[in-house]
Design a protein around this ligand. Structure first.
Ligand SMILES: *Cc1c(COP(=O)(O)O)cnc(C)c1O
Length: 410
């Protein structure tokens, strides 16, 4: 048993699970770092390996998940969606019911606990729409850590409510005024701040992306989602599901659901990327469909890029999916054929958003609505004895003003 198995505690195909000693999943991943950060990241890797094998650390994490996040989250049988799809039974894994309203709190608490164990006093991260920033500021407040969030100046203006939330939770928000003043510049700025002061600081990445060991760390802290779902579906249906569906931005909620089932060859898995407004460059963020292997944010992975290898502009109606890369383990799972990657466009996402509201009384995050849209299509291809589980990664309160505006425009 390796350290990671002890975290996951479920059967998993180790050939699909483990980064090798270079931090690679097959040809993907690795640690492409500026020299001044090599020691800092090596320390994170060393300390995480110890933490993941320490029962006291895992117990503390599990206690917070139960008492603070409210886990386990329910696995809900969606009768109306099932009737609407006319095929397989549809179950929703309700990550929207977590404290702070999405799956992100799972890995933010894990990273915060790891930072504390390492003697760090400050959490540092970048954020795009502010969802990772809010979840991390929450973890920092709970654990008594300082928190500094770098955010593009345009995003600061656009995402005012999340900026206010972070500040109320005690975080410092740094507005980045360079270049395109968006996520990419925020990443560069946060990395520069980390390089200046990594002695007291833990860099808390917001998905299964970045240099090794972050794709492994974030996956391990999210794997609770699939561990619960596997036990719940066995209890509720007496059988494993036929398929799993999750949206993919960087890929953390998807790996969260998939990991405990990777060894169950009869369970099909679908990662849903944002098809946006169409297939032209800049109109979508469907990395697996339109990208090719390249380098981004310290890792080798599928990247949407222009001819000179620069990350391409991206669009999605869901800001949490608006990323030109994807976690390296996903790239490996794509090439291995274990997971299929598909896309859902903005229009079908909005239809699924409305359907989920009206049919089930659940306002989903626009990110999660991508998974709902594909799940309804997929369920229709199965018979009534089949079971499909969709990860409802977050709630849609953050999206209602935007959806109302585009719906009334027609
Ligand atoms: C951030 C976010 C996502 C996308 O991130 P992944 O790492 O791909 O999971 C999906 N859903 C919600 C609700 C989010 O906040």
């Amino acid at each position: 048993m390796s350290d990671h198995d002890s975290v996951l505690g479920q059967p998993a195909r180790s050939d699909l699970m483990h980064a090798d000693d270079r931090g690679c999943f097959g040809a993907y991943g690795g640690r492409h770092l500026p020299p001044q950060l090599e020691d800092a990241i090596a320390e994170v890797a060393e300390q995480y390996a110890l933490a993941a094998a320490d029962p006291a650390f895992l117990r503390e994490y599990d206690d917070l998940l139960a008492q603070y996040v409210g886990r386990p989250s329910p696995l809900f049988f969606a009768r109306s969606l099932t009737r609407h799809a006319g095929g397989a039974k549809i179950y929703l894994k309700r990550e929207d019911l977590n404290h702070t309203g999405s799956h992100k709190i799972n890995h933010c608490l894990g990273e915060g606990l790891l930072a504390k164990r390492m003697g760090k006093t400050r959490l540092l991260a970048e954020t795009g729409a502010g969802q990772h920033g809010v979840a991390l500021a929450t973890a920092a407040a709970l654990l008594g850590l300082e928190c500094e969030i770098h955010m593009g100046a345009i995003d600061v203006a656009k995402q005012r409510p999340n900026v206010v939330r972070m500040e109320m939770l005690g975080a410092t928000v740094v507005a980045v005024d360079e270049g395109g003043r968006s996520l990419k510049e925020a990443v560069d700025s946060a990395f520069a701040a980390y390089a200046r002061d990594y002695r007291d600081t833990f860099f808390a990445i917001g998905s299964v992306v970045g240099p090794d060991p972050y794709p492994t760390i974030v996956r391990d802290f999210q794997a609770v989602v699939g561990r619960e779902a596997r036990a719940q579906i066995l209890a509720q249906e007496g059988t494993l599901p036929d398929a799993l569906v999750a949206c993919v931005g960087g890929g953390s909620n998807a790996l969260g659901l998939f990991t405990a089932f990777l060894g169950d060859d009869e369970v099909a898995m679908y990662g849903v990327e944002p098809g946006g407004r169409g297939a032209a460059v800049g109109e979508h963020a469907a990395t697996m469909t339109h990208g090719r292997p390249g380098m981004l944010h310290g890792m080798t992975t599928y990247v949407l890029q222009d001819d000179s290898g620069q990350p391409a502009p991206v669009h999605s109606i869901a800001s949490g999916l608006d990323y030109p890369g994807v976690g390296p383990q996903h790239s490996y799972l794509k090439d291995s054929g274990r997971v299929s990657y598909v896309s859902v466009d903005d229009r079908d996402c909005l239809d699924a958003f409305a359907l989920s509201c009206r049919a089930e009384g659940i306002i989903p995050a626009l990110e999660s609505a991508h998974a709902v849209a594909y799940t309804v299509q997929l369920a229709g291809r199965y018979g009534p004895d089949a079971v499909v589980i969709a990860n409802l990664s977050g709630r849609g309160d953050k999206d209602i003003d935007y959806v109302h505006e585009v719906s009334s425009r027609g």
